[in-house]
Design a protein around this ligand. Structure first.
Ligand SMILES: [Mg+2]
Length: 287
C-alpha cells in the first residue's frame, strides 16, 4: 500500500544560530551552562525534516554544540556554514572555493603585527576563558571568503586602543587590496572578498533546481536571523517566493532588520514560535 503524506501548507524553517535561537556566545555574556537550555531545545530541532541552519560557525564549532548535550550529533537537512562556503545536506555537500589568498596573507601579517601569535586558538578557547570570567585579547578567525577579527578587553581603554590599532594597521594596506572590503562592528572587523555577500552568495552557487528538490512538499519558508548578514539572506530568500515556495517570511530577533517582515523581541520568543510553527506541520499520513 502506498501511503501518501500530505504536504499541503508545510512550513520549512531556516534559521541562524547565535543571537537568534541561542544567546550569542560572546555578546550575551552568558556561559555555556547558562545557554544550555536554549542549546538543548535548538538541537532537538536539528533532527527534524523541516528545519535547516545557516550559520557563521565553521563545521568544527557547529559540532561542538553537541558536546555538552546528551543528544546524538546530527546534521540538519540544510546546513550552510561559515556564512557561506559550504552547504551540507544529510547526504550531500556543496563546497564553494575556500582559501581566498589575499585574505590569508593579510591575516598572517596581522597575526605577526599583533605579537606573532593570537591570544586564542579558537572561539571555543575564548568561551572557556569567558566562563572563568577572564576575557582578554583578540581572535583572528579566517573563514572561507571572509576573515573576522574580534577583540575583548575588560579595560575599556584597551578595548578602544585595539580597535584604533586595527584601523590604523588596516587602512593603508586595504588601499592596495581593492579585492577586499571591510565591515565594521563595535568589537569586530570583518574582511570580505569583494562582491561576496555573506549568507547570500553561497545560495547563488548551489546547483540549479536544488531548492525544488530539497524543499519539495513545502509551501512556506520562514527564515530567522539577528544581524546584518541575515538581512542579506532575507533579501535573497525572498526571490524564492513563487517557486519553490508560495510564501516566504523573514523575522529578525532582538531588533529590526532590513527585509524582515517582523521582529521577535527575545530569543526565547523566537524559539517558542519556531517550535509552534513546526508543530503545526501536518505529519500524519493521509489516504
Ligand atoms: Mg547571529
Amino acid at each position: 500500500m502506498v501511503v501518501k503524506v500530505s504536504s499541503a501548507g508545510r512550513t520549512f524553517v531556516l534559521s541562524d544560530i547565535d543571537g537568534t535561537l541561542v544567546p550569542h556566545p560572546f555578546f550575551s555574556g552568558l556561559t555555556n551552562t547558562q545557554r544550555a537550555a536554549y542549546i538543548e531545545r535548538m538541537l532537538a530541532l536539528f533532527a527534524r525534516e523541516d528545519f535547516g541552519v545557516v550559520t557563521g560557525r565553521a563545521e568544527e564549532s557547529f559540532q561542538r554544540l553537541f558536546s555538552d548535550s546528551n543528544l546524538k550529533p546530527c546534521r540538519p537537512k540544510f546546513l550552510g556554514l561559515e556564512f557561506a562556503a559550504v552547504m551540507l545536506g544529510r547526504d550531500e555537500a556543496y563546497v564553494t572555493p575556500k582559501n581566498f589568498a589575499p585574505l590569508n596573507t593579510l591575516m598572517r601579517e596581522l597575526a605577526e603585527a599583533t605579537g606573532a601569535r593570537q591570544d586564542f586558538a579558537s572561539d571555543e578557547d575564548l568561551l572557556t576563558l569567558m566562563a572563568r570570567g577572564r576575557i582578554e585579547g583578540y581572535l583572528l578567525e579566517p573563514k572561507s571568503r571572509l576573515a573576522q577579527v574580534e577583540w575583548y578587553f575588560s579595560d575599556v581603554r584597551r578595548q578602544e586602543a585595539f580597535g584604533h590599532f586595527l584601523r590604523e594597521w588596516l587602512n593603508p594596506r586595504l588601499l592596495d587590496l581593492p579585492e577586499i572590503t571591510v565591515q565594521l562592528f563595535p568589537t569586530r572587523v570583518d574582511l570580505l572578498e569583494r562582491g561576496f555577500r555573506p549568507k547570500w552568495g553561497f545560495f547563488e552557487r548551489l546547483p540549479p533546481g536544488i531548492f525544488e528538490r530539497l524543499f519539495s512538499g513545502y509551501s512556506r519558508l520562514v527564515v530567522l536571523g539577528d544581524e546584518l548578514y541575515d538581512s542579506y539572506m532575507f533579501r535573497y530568500v525572498k526571490t524564492l517566493q513563487g517557486g519553490p515556495f508560495s510564501r516566504v517570511e523573514c523575522y529578525s530577533v532582538g531588533g529590526p532588520l532590513p527585509y524582515a517582515d517582523g521582529t521577535f523581541a527575545t530569543i526565547a520568543e523566537a524559539l517558542e514560535q519556531v517550535e509552534k510553527w513546526l508543530q503545526e506541520n501536518p505529519s500524519s499520513p493521509s489516504f
